[in-house]
Design a protein around this ligand. Structure first.
Ligand code: HEM
Length: 219
């Protein structure tokens, strides 16, 4: 399997995860509405997703993408390190590329740490029924709204989610640009636009995911 194939898997799965994050952040914005609308809406949304057969397929694609993205990124990073023992001597990469591009592995590990803790907080409780039982709301849906609000009463979790939204944004900023380039997008003016779009996308994701726990804490 050649390097281009591996990098294309990282790029393709990364773009799919970027789309997931847009949907996920939009849905999480419901949490910021007044409680009487928000609880009902968020719980109905969450139940609809869990019960839809089509969304179940998308969810499996999501888990597969997280796994493949991480596994292939680890393989490519490991092979790059082994191929270039004196990594900066030849092309002076330190001067030619950003800190973010050189540290995508480290940023990726932080994002993965976030995802593992996050899935333990929500997914394991809601989907696998692990830990404290989740109550029902008045409409008979699992009260995912309550799970979220009680988690973010804990300032350590608020800090964890908010601080890790920074490496998430940095990873997305470089990752989005890189994915398009890997998949063959080399149009000169297009790349400039892509660079701006990546920055805006990453800032919205980072600020959005980072600020929701803080707002919930003070609400
Ligand atoms: C404010 C921040 C966030 C909140 C409040 C939040 C909330 C939630 C909730 C409530 C669920 C469970 C949904 C359900 O099964 O009904 C969930 C699932 C999930 N979240 Fe988040 N999330 C946040 C940020 C993120 C971020 C930044 C990522 C990725 C980097 C992420 C990745 C996921 C994944 C992969 C799942 C599992 C989806 C599934 O099983 O279908 N979340 N999140």
């Amino acid at each position: 399997m050649n390097l281009f194939f591996r990098k294309s898997i990282i790029a393709g799965t990364g773009l799919f995860l970027c789309i997931f994050l847009i949907v996920h952040l939009s849905a999480n914005c419901i949490l910021l509405l007044p409680e009487d609308i928000s609880r009902e809406m968020y719980n109905t949304y969450s139940t609809t997703l869990r019960e839809s057969p089509l969304i179940k397929i998308v969810a499996y694609l999501l888990y597969a993408s997280i796994f493949l993205h991480t596994a292939y990124a680890a393989i490519v990073t490991y092979q790059n390190r082994n191929a270039k023992p004196d990594r900066y001597a030849v092309n002076n990469a330190k001067e030619n590329s950003s800190w973010t591009s050189q540290n995508m592995g480290l940023l990726g590990i932080l994002v993965l740490l976030f995802i593992v803790v996050h899935l333990a907080n929500f997914w394991a409780r809601i989907k696998l029924g692990m830990g404290a039982e989740v109550a029902m709301d008045n409409s008979g849906n699992l009260d995912v709204y309550q799970v979220t609000y009680s988690l973010f009463q804990n300032p350590y979790y608020v800090a964890f989610y908010t601080i890790l939204a920074i490496p998430l944004g940095m990873h997305l900023h470089h990752g989005l640009k890189s994915a398009f380039k890997t998949l063959g997008f080399h149009h000169k003016r297009g790349l400039k636009v892509l660079s701006k779009v990546s920055l805006i996308y990453a800032a919205v994701m980072s600020i959005g995911f980072g600020i929701i726990p803080v707002i919930v804490y003070f609400k």
